[in-house]
Design a protein around this ligand. Sequence first.
Ligand SMILES: NC(=O)c1ccc[n+]([C@@H]2O[C@H](COP(=O)([O-])OP(=O)(O)OC[C@H]3O[C@@H](n4cnc5c(N)ncnc54)[C@H](O)[C@@H]3O)[C@@H](O)[C@H]2O)c1
Length: 247
Amino acid sequence: MTIPAEALVTGGARGLGEGMAQALAAAGASVMIGDVLTALGRDAAGKLSAGGAKAGFVQLDVTKEADSHAAVEVTLRTLGGFDILVNNAGIEVTALVADIDPADLRRMLDVNIVGTTLGLKHAFRAMRPGGAVVNISSVAATIAFPAIAGYSATKSAVDRLTRVAAMEAGKLGYGVRVNCILTLPPKSVFLAEWFNASKESGNAEGKDDIDEGRTRRPSASPPTPLCSARRSASIRRRATRRPIRVR
Ligand SMILES: NC(=O)c1ccc[n+]([C@@H]2O[C@H](COP(=O)([O-])OP(=O)(O)OC[C@H]3O[C@@H](n4cnc5c(N)ncnc54)[C@H](O)[C@@H]3O)[C@@H](O)[C@H]2O)c1
């Protein structure tokens, strides 16, 4: 699959974000990595460049509106376009409900919800028709699991945010698609065992949403936004960039 597009991956300095940046670059996209981790982010972008991709790094704290706006501007300037936003930056602080620290909860709300929303906002304002936004949620948005109440709530919010944003983008004619990936932990033997045990006892809430085979056999490659981005690349127009009017 070839994606001749320009992409910004938030939280792309390491982990799944770095994997998705690599997958996009391997598919032919130019990739800007945005992250709070400067050294790791530069390193990740350097690896993409060394592999032949057009790539760069931008310092980005997704919770700050000025940063989100600047990251889009730098992407446009450096890569010459902006077709794909992977809203991947996210944090998880686990705690039983009885032990939740409000400061941790607010940090998750800030990064996972405010950060994702600001990314969408500035993508809608800058993206040309045919663009795509891929929000990284989590399977935690659909299941009950001990100690993830706060995280699960923020990822459920990303799912709802995605639906409303996609509807707005469609109804208001932005020409930008918005999707959400409910990512599974890449190596989740623990999760698979927990599901099997829960299934036997009939207590696995949301078990029908989970492909247990996948939890046992993690994919060799990280979850990628390629499927979500593909259509945008295929319908990408050569039209001049038309700023989308957002009131
Ligand atoms: N790893 C998993 O098992 C898993 C499962 C489901 C969903 N997810 C989701 O996938 C995404 C990536 O997770 P990961 O496991 O690779 O995590 P990770 O901690 O390895 O990477 C997250 C990246 O986001 C960056 N980041 C954090 N706060 C930021 C901010 N304010 N501004 C910009 N960047 C910021 C971090 O510096 C880091 O590079 C997250 O949204 C996470 O919730 C992960």
